[in-house]
Design a protein around this ligand. Sequence first.
Ligand SMILES: Cc1cc2nc3c(=O)[nH]c(=O)nc-3n(C[C@H](O)[C@H](O)[C@H](O)COP(=O)(O)O)c2cc1C
Length: 381
Amino acid sequence: MTSARSRLFQPLTIRGLTLRNRVVISPMCQYSAKDGMADAWHLVHLGQFAIAGAGLVFSEAAAVEARGRITHGDLGIWSDAHAAALKPVAAFIAAQGAAPGIQIAHAGRKASMQRPWHGNGPMNDADIARGERPWQVVAASSVPVAEGWLMPHELRLDEIAAIRQAFADAAKRADAAGFEVLELHGAHGYLTHTFLSPISNRRNDAYGGERAGRMRFALETAEAVRAVWPERKPLFFRISSVDGIEGGWEIEDSLALAGELKARGVDVIDCSSGGIGGPATAAGVPRGPGFQLPYAERLRRDAGVMTQAVGLILTPEQAEAALAAGQADLVAIAREALFDPHWVGRAALALEDEETAWSLWPKQYGWWLERRAKAMPRRSA
Ligand SMILES: Cc1cc2nc3c(=O)[nH]c(=O)nc-3n(C[C@H](O)[C@H](O)[C@H](O)COP(=O)(O)O)c2cc1C
């Protein structure tokens, strides 16, 4: 392989791990697991992105306990059997030269939802008729997502401790399953976010009140996980950088949180936004190409953390410009990778000279495509 000239294809070393480039496949729930178990769908779905050349491939949010699933179809990592089912997925991704990553999560008050294609709201009679029953959801406080949503049970202190432990146990299993990067999901209105945001946290004990109290669950979880996640392996944390709702979590809060997470051994802050007030992630946050880049930029500059940018990053040029401008260290692609799983290979053709670009394709594909391109000079592939 010849050396790349673009920033997107520069390797990045974090702790003991070197990523081959800066392209990350963002966590994307498939709502296709049975009882939380990974199967051939997850292997092929995630495997395709590793074949295609991404630097880091994240699995979808894997629930640390059964009631922490968003839907009946979410992945789980609450038992050793779940970890065993994920092992071939991690091994395949690593065998293609990508780093296997996993996001671990608890959906909190946004658990017990319908799969998106069944309505994307709280479960109803149609779901029960399909054999999928709702369950009791939990949160920082007994405040539902919105009218008509399930009333969450406010977690007691002993229950908070148990969920913190569930995160640590999930991290140990993720390590045993062969994952190299772990991401804690602290965004999109799920459990950790319900502690962080004043919109959803009405507690008046040590886990509520002022920002320091609201951050306690996130920080304790990060500490518990870092204590068991191997020193040489990177730890990421996804935040909703802003709630986008009057009286909600603001970018200054994210700056404070990022600093505290960094002090506890979190390596990369993954900068998303929104989700506290409804099913959509970005309720209240105007969306356009690269709309969350300013958050990644601000946190990188003012909190001195590595950041991962995500959100409507569509073209290789846009990703390259974000890295060149110092807005982020890593660029995560979600829906555009569903649209074009070979986004990375196309980015190589757009940003690199031809010889380098084809060397960045998997040889099983690149050998043929390079020859075809040369025989038909007016096509790039
Ligand atoms: C099908 C789908 C599933 C998603 N599941 C997750 C998830 O499990 N965890 C998460 O943090 N974000 C999830 N997201 C959000 C994406 O990771 C990403 O932040 C968002 O789609 C914006 O990036 P994009 O514009 O490149 O799609 C999901 C998005 C999609 C489209």
